[in-house]
Every structure is written in structure tokens, then in C-alpha cells.
Design a protein around this ligand. Structure first.
Ligand code: DX5
Ligand code: ZN
Length: 217
């Protein structure tokens, strides 16, 4: 049961980013997952446009950009210029989520909305038809390498139901603590895209880890 894989470059060795980019290019991964953190919405700062530009130059796959920043509307155009193909904003960080989603689409990108572990699936009822992706946080955002929150399975099942009931085309993306054991149950529950940082980059063979996650049967 194959799905899409988005290795998170947050877990890459930044002193050798080019090798990480090349590895993902050569692997069976579908996207580059790019975590942007501002130190305000989440208690960590990751990287910004200079790193995005390096990715834009060398990445041969879609940049799946996950904004963990307050008031993301300020930067939508700039992320398009920096090469984002999918731009995901947090429901908890947007005052006018509908406007933010329209603006992302207007700028020619696929639009995603992310929900934190405490945010209920039903908060998406009136936006589900407008988004291309729902990113379900399966850890509290801010850091790679955290433990997967089991309650995510229940949320994925409810989200899948909501998507079917509303005839939405949204894909379900799971982000945080995805590993070789929970990948298959997540896909069975309805996940379409799996983000994986630690599982890929701490593996002795990252390309093999990606291959396994993509079709873990
Ligand atoms: C966490 C980030 C994730 C993170 C995932 O806030 O959104 O994308 O890089 O890393 P792992 O797979 O190690 O949990
Ligand atoms: Zn992420």
C-alpha cells in the first residue's frame, strides 16, 4: 500500500546539506519536507530563506514547506519565490485562515493546513474543501526526533471520514515520530503522505529507509 514520502531536512547534517539533498533526489522520496520555525509559534528556530534558496537550486522534487510561524500571510509570496510547491500554515497561527489559504493558491502553490495535537479535527469542517493537504501533527511541533502520539490514529480516522463526507480532495499528511513500525498502520488508517526526519537521517541507509516507508508491506 504505497504512499508519498517527505523526508524532513531538519534532521539532515547541515554541514553537508548538499549530500542530503542529493540523497533525497536519488531516493524514492516524493517531496522535500522543509520546516520553517520562528521561535515564537514554536520554541525553536530552524532556518529561513538562504537555506530555502539552496534547496531551490539543487532539489529536483517538490518543496513541501511547513510554516511554524506566526502570521504567515506576511511571507506567502516570498515562499513562492523561494521555490515552495506546497505551503502549509497552522490553523493555530492564522487569524483569517480562509484568506491565507486563498492567498497561497492565488500565488500558484498547493495549500495545506496543519493542526497541532490538541486541535480537534472538527475545527477543519469549514475549510476542508479549500485545502489540498491537511498536515496532522503527531508530535508537538518544534523539534525532530520526538515520540509519536498514539492518539493521532484516532484523528486520522476522523479526518478521513470528514474528507469523504465533504467530498474534499485533501491529502492527509502525518508529521512527527513516523517510523518503520507505525508507517503501515498510518497508511491503513488513511495517511497519504508521511514526513520522516529522524527515521530517515539516523538510518545507516537513508535511501532504504525511504523505500521501506514508501511501501511498508
Ligand atoms: C516538527 C517538524 C517535523 C520534524 C519531523 O516540528 O514539523 O517535520 O522534522 O521529524 P521526526 O520525523 O524526526 O519526528
Ligand atoms: Zn514538519
Amino acid at each position: 500500500m504505497p504512499c508519498l514520502i517527505a523526508p524532513s531536512i531538519l534532521s539532515a547534517d547541515f554541514s553537508d546539506l548538499r549530500s542530503a539533498i542529493d540523497m533525497i533526489n536519488e531516493s524514492e522520496a516524493d517531496y522535500f519536507h522543509v520546516d520553517i520555525m520562528d521561535g515564537v509559534f514554536v520554541p525553536n528556530i530552524s532556518f529561513g530563506f538562504p537555506v530555502m534558496k539552496a534547496l531551490q537550486k539543487h532539489a529536483k522534487k517538490t518543496l513541501d514547506v511547513h510554516l511554524m510561524i506566526v502570521d504567515p500571510d506576511r511571507y506567502i509570496e516570498e515562499f513562492k519565490k523561494a521555490g515552495a510547491g506546497i505551503l502549509t500554515v497552522h490553523i493555530e497561527a492564522c487569524k483569517h485562515l480562509h484568506r491565507s489559504i486563498q492567498s497561497i493558491k492565488h500565488n500558484g502553490m498547493k495549500a495545506g493546513v496543519a493542526i497541532n495535537p490538541h486541535t480537534p479535527v472538527n475545527a477543519l469542517e469549514d475549510i476542508i474543501q479549500d485545502v489540498d493537504v491537511v498536515l496532522v501533527m503527531s508530535v508537538n511541533p518544534g523539534f525532530g526526533g520526538q515520540k509519536f502520539i498514539q492518539h493521532t490514529f484516532d484523528k486520522v480516522l476522523r479526518l478521513k471520514q470528514l474528507i469523504i463526507e465533504s467530498s474534499s480532495k485533501a491529502k492527509i499528511e502525518i508529521d512527527g515520530g513516523v517510523d518503520l513500525d507505525n508507517a503501515l498502520p498510518l497508511i491503513r488508517a488513511g495517511a497519504d503522505i508521511l514526513v520522516a526526519g529522524n527515521t530517515v537521517f539516523s538510518s545507516p541507509n537513508p535511501k532504504e529507509a525511504i523505500k521501506f516507508l514508501k511501501d511498508p508491506l
